[in-house]
Design a protein around this ligand. Sequence first.
Ligand SMILES: *[C@@H]1O[C@H](CO)[C@@H](O)[C@H](O)[C@H]1NC(C)=O
Ligand SMILES: *[C@@H]1O[C@H](CO)[C@@H](O)[C@H](O)[C@H]1NC(C)=O
Ligand SMILES: *[C@@H]1O[C@H](CO)[C@@H](O)[C@H](O)[C@H]1NC(C)=O
Ligand SMILES: *[C@@H]1O[C@H](CO)[C@@H](O)[C@H](O)[C@H]1NC(C)=O
Ligand SMILES: *[C@@H]1O[C@H](CO)[C@@H](O)[C@H](O)[C@H]1NC(C)=O
Length: 826
Amino acid sequence: MKPLSYFLLYSSLIYSTFAKKETREDPWNEITKITSSLPIRPNPFEVTELQGDISFYIPIDYFEESEESKFNDFWLSKSYPNQIYLYNLLTESSENYNNANATFMLSRLFLYQHYNFPHNKTLAHHYLNKYNELTSYSDPTTLFEEAVMHSTGLFGTIPVDPAKALLYYERAARAGSLQAKQALAYKYFNGINVPRDFDKSLVLYREVAESIKKNSYSDYDWNVNFPYFESYNVRLPDFEDGLLGPGLGSTSLSTVRKKSARPDITSSVLTKMNGGTIILQFGNVDNSNAFAIGDNDESEDQLVDIFYTAWDEYKGTYTKKRDVEKSRLLLEATVTQYDKDVIIMDNLQRYFYSKCLDLLGHIYFTGDGLPEPDLYAAENYLKKAILVIEGSSRLHSRAHIDMGLLQQYKYHNETSAVEHYRKSIELRSNNGIVEYQLAKLNSRNPSLHIGDSFTLLQAACTKGFIPAIYEFAKMTEKGLKNRYNCEDTAYLFKLFVEENESIMAPHLTNAFAELLLGNTETALWEYTKASEQGYEMAQVSAAYLMYQIPTKLDEPPLTTDERKDMAITYYMRAFKQNNVDAGVIAGDVYYDKGQYEKAFSMYQSAALKYSVQAIWNLGYMYEYGLGVPMDFHLAKRYYDQVLEFNHKFYLGVKLSVLKLRIKSFWIWIMGNQANTTIINPNSKSLPLVGRIKNIFDKIVHRGEYGSKNAKDAQKDGSGTLFEERNPHKTVVQSGFDGFNARTNNDQDGIAGYLQSIGLHSEDVITILFVIFVFSFSFIMRTLAQRRGWNVQINGIPINPNNNNNEPQQQQGGFFNGNFDVQIFAI
Ligand SMILES: *[C@@H]1O[C@H](CO)[C@@H](O)[C@H](O)[C@H]1NC(C)=O
Ligand SMILES: *[C@@H]1O[C@H](CO)[C@@H](O)[C@H](O)[C@H]1NC(C)=O
Ligand SMILES: *[C@@H]1O[C@H](CO)[C@@H](O)[C@H](O)[C@H]1NC(C)=O
Ligand SMILES: *[C@@H]1O[C@H](CO)[C@@H](O)[C@H](O)[C@H]1NC(C)=O
Ligand SMILES: *[C@@H]1O[C@H](CO)[C@@H](O)[C@H](O)[C@H]1NC(C)=O
C-alpha cells in the first residue's frame, strides 16, 4: 500500500502544480479589484485649500540623474508596497497575456503618475507604443499622445521625428481625435513641419469648430445663456510678474481668475459716482449708522468684502473650484440683512449692494447650482440692483444685460431689450454678449435701426464672446463685405476651437493640478500637449517649465540641450502668435547658449514689434560687439530709442549712454592698448533693461534673500544627491510680489559680488566716475549758492541767484535739466 499512497501523493502534487499552471490566468481581474480601492491621485484643489497659503514650485535646474535617483528611490523604499504589487501584476498581464488594458494602465502610471508612481518618460513611451500596437492603432487619444511624443522627442527621451509625428497625428485625426485635428490645423496654419497651407488649416479648424458647436451647445446655451467654464489657460510666469518682470513686458497678464484683490479706492469706477465730486473712503466708520451688523468697526467695508467673497466663490479661483451655491447662500443672507437699510446707505455701500443683487439675480437667471433657472426671482433681484445704483448715481448696472435677455427671450419685447442693451453696451463687464444680441436683433428686425450686423458682430468677437467668434467666422467665410480671407477665417475658427477647454484641452486644468501637487514633469507633459495643439499660453508655460530666464541677474538654468532647444522652439512659436515678450526670452536663451547671432536676430524681430526690452538688448549687443561688430553709435541710438517708448527708464538709459561715452573716450585715449572686448566671455549675465535698477534692488534686498532661502530650504528639505538650487517659489493669490528666491552664489569681496550682479571692472570705473561727476556738480552748486559764485558749465550759468524759485526747481529739475548739461560737459 505504501507505494500506492506515495504514488497518489505525488500524482496529486503534480496534478495540483500542473492545474495551478493551467488555472493561473491573466491577473486583470485582480488588478481592477486593487485599483478600485486606490485613488488615482489626490485632488489638489482640496489639499491646497487646507494649507491656506497656496504655492507651487517650479525647479529651475533639471538633472537627468536626479530624476533617475528619484525613480530608483521609489522601488527601493518600502513605502509603496501596494504600488509595487500592482506593478508586478500589470507587467505580468501585459507581458504574458498582452492585455491591452493593463498596457494602457502602465502607460498612465509613468506618464501621468497615476496611483503615485514616479514619472518615467522611457517607460511611458514604451507602454504607450505597445498599447497602440495591441489595439491596431485605433485609439484616438493614445495615437495623439504618441504623435506628441514623436514631435517633441519627450525632451531628449526619444529622437525627435516630425515625419512620424505627422503620421500619428493623421492616424489619430482619422480615428476621430479632435485634438489631433487641431494640432494639424495649427501646423498647417504656421507651416510647422509641413508647407504652410491656410486652406487645409481652415478646413480642419472648421471641422472641429462645427463638431464642437453641434455636440456641445443647445440652442439655449448658444443664444441666451452661454455656459461658464473655469479656464486654466494661463501663462505660468504671469503668476509672478510676467516673462520679463514688472513693468517691462508688452503682453498683458493672463491670470484673470486670481482671488480678487479688494479695490483701490481711487479706481475710476468709484469716483465717477456723483460726477466725480465725491471722495470715497474705506474705513471712515460712522457709528450713527443704524444697520451695523456684527462688528461695528467693519460695517463700512463689510459689503465690499461680502461681494468679493461671493464673486470669488462664483467664478472660482485657480486653487479653489467654484461653488455657486455657497455664493448664492451668502448673497441671499446679505440681502435679507441689508435690504431695509438701503435708504441710509452711502454711495459706496449702494454700489456694492447693487453688485450683490446683480450677482444674485444672475445666478438665478443662469440656474448655476440650482435645479433650474428661476427667472421670476432673477428679474426681481436684477430690477432691484438697477434701482439701488441708478437712484443715486449715473452709473449703469450690469443687470441691464440680463434684463435685456429676459425682455428679448422671455417677454419677446425687443424694444425694451434694445433699451437695456444700449445702457450696458459701454460697461466693462460687457463681454461682447450685448453686441452679439444686438446683431441678432438687427438681422431679425431691421426696422429697429440698431446698426450694422457685421460691425456689431465684429465688436462682439473682438471682446471675445465665444458664440460671436463662431458666427463672425461663418460670416467672413461667406465673404460678406468682400472681406473673405482664408487666413482670417481660419484664425477665427482657431480662437473658437481653443475656447472650449473642456473638450479640447482638459489637460490645461490637469497641468495646473499637477503643479500644485509638485509633479513638474507631468505638468510639463500636459502643457506640451496643449502647446502642440497651438495654445499660445501653454507654449509659454511649457517653455517656462523647461527654461526660466533669471530676472535678477542670477546664473541661467542648468539643464539639458534638448530642453533648451525645446524651450526656444516654444518661446518662438508663442512669439509668432504675437507674444512679443516670448520672442525676447527666446533671444535670451540663445544668448545663454552663446549663439549671439541668433539672439541678435530674435531681438531684432521683437524690436520690430516695439519691445522695449529687445531694443535695449540690441543696444547692449552693439555696445559689447556680441553677434555684431561693436558700434557705439548704434548702441547709443538703440538706448535712446528705449526712452522714446518708455520714459520710466530715464536714469538707466542716461547712465548707460554716459558710460558709453566714457568708454569710447577711454578707448580713444588708450589707443590700441585698450582691450575693447572687455566683456568677460564666461559671464552669462543677461542684458536686462533697468540693469541699474536691478542692481539697487539686489543691494537693498540682499538681507531678505538670505532669510528667504533658508526658509525655503527648510520647507523643501530636499535631500537629493545633486546640488539643487532653491526653486522659484510662486505664492499664488497672496499679493506677495516675490523676489525669486534663488541662491545667491555668495561671493567673497566686492569684486566677486559685483561680478555676480553682472558688472565688469570697466563698468565699475565708469559708475564711480559718474558718481564723482554727480557729487562734484552738486558740491559746486551748493558752494556757488553759498558764496554767490558765478559758475558756468558749457556756457550755461548755474548760479541760482538768477532764479527765484530755485529750491523747488533744483529738486525736480536735477535729472531732467542739469544732468544733460553734465553729459555735454564730458
Ligand atoms: C526610467 O525607467 C528605466 C527602466 O526602468 C530606467 O532605466 C531609467 O533610469 C528611468 N528613467 C528615469 C528618468 O527615471
Ligand atoms: C478592457 O477595457 C474595456 C473597457 O474598459 C473592456 O470592454 C474590455 O473587456 C477590457 N479588456 C479586458 C481584456 O479586460
Ligand atoms: C465645451 O463643450 C462642453 C460640452 O461638451 C460644454 O459642457 C462646455 O461648457 C463647453 N466649454 C466651454 C468653455 O464652452
Ligand atoms: C415693451 O416694454 C416697454 C417698456 O420697456 C413697454 O412700454 C411696452 O409696452 C412693451 N411692449 C410690449 C409689446 O409689451
Ligand atoms: C582682450 O581680452 C580678450 C578676452 O579677455 C583676450 O582674449 C585678448 O587677448 C585681449 N587682447 C588684448 C590686446 O589684450
